[in-house]
Design a binder for this molecule. Sequence first.
Ligand code: AP5
Ligand code: MG
Ligand code: ZN
Length: 219
Amino acid sequence: MNLILLGAPGAGKGTQGKNLSERFKIPQISTGDILRANVRSKTSLGLKAKEFMDKGVLVPDNVVVDMVSDRIQQEDCQKGFILDGFPRNINQAEVLESTLKTMNKSIDKVIGIEVDRKELVRRLSGRRVCRKCGASYHVIFNPPVNIGMCDKCDSEIYQRDDDKEETIEARLGVYEQETLPLTDYYIRKGLYKAIDGIGGMDQITNSIVDAIEKGRSNS
Ligand code: AP5
Ligand code: MG
Ligand code: ZN
């Protein structure tokens, strides 16, 4: 099963992707996480990407497209994968489609997690992430047991550079301009399923799972 999670910054793609990955035993592929890992280890890709990420704009398509193509050809993606944060514009979606075609694969479902702008800003400005394992927290909605420390691995949790107020605005603008058109794009392909992204995290996971299973029994 090959899934795409669409949604604005802060909609919960990372949170839901993780839950779905455990539920369906297929990997979650977050282009944002892969890029941040490259920034951390100062690879040439990371150094290049950082400039764009700090501004809240998209990293050039050729960089991310190659990254994803390599990733989905790996063994652990044979039974399926969950794309989180990719594609981000029509060009990326088209390249993805043709890459999958050469592998005799296709996208089975696109889940659009819908959250209003005010809530997105609340979520992003309060988010904290573990430096080591990447686990995501929120100072109010999902705080760690010990302040400043990851529940899972005891490492330090920090605020992402692009979760500062000015950058959040820029990211939401880029989303509306470049990524939102993908909703219509996938509706036309009959793949899009909207999910209400407001509510408990597990409840939202259940709605997504229901939508996926329903799609399966219809086909
Ligand atoms: P990326 O890392 O993908 O960031 P994003 O799209 O801005 O999305 P986020 O990770 O901020 O949000 P999310 O939807 O994962 O939400 P989360 O689950 O964490 O991209 C970063 C940058 O990398 C881009 O700006 C760009 O420069 C570059 N990039 C990445 N992909 C690219 C691509 N394909 N092309 C070009 N450039 C690319 O949740 C957010 C917060 O809310 C958390 O604190 C969480 O605990 C909380 N939360 C989640 N669910 C709920 C809930 N139901 N109730 C209450 N709180 C909740
Ligand atoms: Mg994310
Ligand atoms: Zn951790």
